[in-house]
Design a protein around this ligand. Sequence first.
Ligand code: ADP
Length: 561
Amino acid sequence: MNLKRRKLLGGFNRYRLMLTLGLAVLLPAVALIYVNFSQLRAFQRDKVLEAAIHRDFQETLGITEKNLNKKAYAKVSEARDMFPSPDDSDQQKEKRLDQILAECGCFAHAFLVDDEGMTFRSTPGADEYVRKEHERMAKDYGEWLSGMEAKSTVEALHKKSQHIMFYPGFSKRADGPAYLSTALFVFPEISKDRLVVGGVTFDPCYLKSNFFQGMLDQQITQRTEEQGSNPTAMSIFAPDMDGEQMTQLATTTGWGEGKPEVTRKMDDAFRPLMIGIKFQGTSVAELGRSWIRRSFILLCILSVLVVGGLVLTKHVVSKEMALAKLKSDFVSNVSHELRTPLALIRLYAETLELGRITTRDKKQQYYRIIRKESERLTALINNILDFSRIEAGRKEYEFRPTDIGDLVHNTLDSYRYQIEQQGFEFQEKIDENLPPVTVDREAIARAVVNLVNNALKYSADDKYLGVNLYRDNGAVKLEVIDHGIGIARRDQSKIFEKFYRTGDPLVHNTKGSGLGLSLVRHITEAHGGAIEVDSTPGKGSRFVLSLPLNGSPRPGLSQSI
Ligand code: ADP
């Protein structure tokens, strides 16, 4: 595949990846974020949360009122069951009514109106306020129930489901204004034609501190158990005589200051009282605001995470694609590199076999070419084998104290002819009296060969190769210098990665696998050393491999590159 076509395909793959990322991930993610943001804004604008809380509050108030009524009806009907008969004597009636007042403790007055007249009793030992109330009520109810409207009232009472009707009233007690609720009722067992009406008046103190308070506390406890967070408080208000100012009759703990969030006018047993509800220490509006704020912050964090995840995915996928490209380049480079020396070896061997070459010199030259090409092949195969061993974690080093000067010199010697043949000026400077270094000989020789080969491969017109070996502090340093094409700064850290080859045209025209320097780095690090490069594009490169003298080589199996 030629370079241009490969580049085109690479571009196409990248474009496809971007399209997939964009359509399959980015677009839905952005849409989701957008929808969530606009939904939140709609929530904020339409006060949806506030409305939902208000609905919930209304429901609680409705239930509370229903329970209050139910309880009031139950108390009244209990009292009615104990009422005297209209046919009893006056003393019997009084005794019975006193008994009802004493037993329940929830009523201030109890009375019976029949054909004989009215029996009206109040709590015994009551103060002057109750006595006055007694007189007033006995007079009012007596007049009303023996007057013109008595008959229609009795008829209306008989039509009611429990035959009970409540009438509100206001009075005064020692501690201030008092709210009264009087229940009138008829007796289902007594004929509709007889005018017999019973009545009980709830004691205002009992209503305040027992009846209302108990019910409100019970409702709040139930609500807290069911809903948990954000405790609420409830209160019952009574309008003043003129119906304008409201006074609190009963309140649960934590009401604090402020107005109720939602109110409900009570009907039936406790007309015209009102029940109210609010959050303890906060308001619905504030709660809505802080919920919206929290949701916005959470959404922002999630959006940042999604975007971050996308960027990371793109980065990882691009890296994987680059590696895949490097691998495919590697396969084509290696097959090319294998084919060329093989073809040459075959060509020269066949020519020799045909016996057409007669001169000795020519024969020697052909043998040399065959040897050189097989050496190149061996070096390449060794590199690949080493690389695969390292990748599989099976590469083992055999460290032995070695005369490093000798090792480097002998390795260079087998290349000397090739170096000179290619027209290179070659300078070798190996310090004498270098101390022995513990190394794997084969591995170090391979590192030297790779560095020298690169210097030969990546030099253009200025053909120079310098190899220096010297002691520097606690290390022995091997320098391989060329005046070749050099390496751009941005590539200098990457050339030691596997399969990496720079984009220089000369590099593209030169065969290579991109494995050499990654092996050199692996070998050096296994010896506890380091490899560095110092290079200027167009001027040349200097690779410095340093091996510590008393360093600790890493024995045993190697890690992957
Ligand atoms: P290969 O030479 O097989 O491509 P290497 O791992 O030995 O693989 O080198 C990696 C890359 O580093 C080369 O492709 C080349 O671009 C660059 N390189 C290595 N040595 C030199 C050098 N002496 N001068 C210029 N570039 C070099």
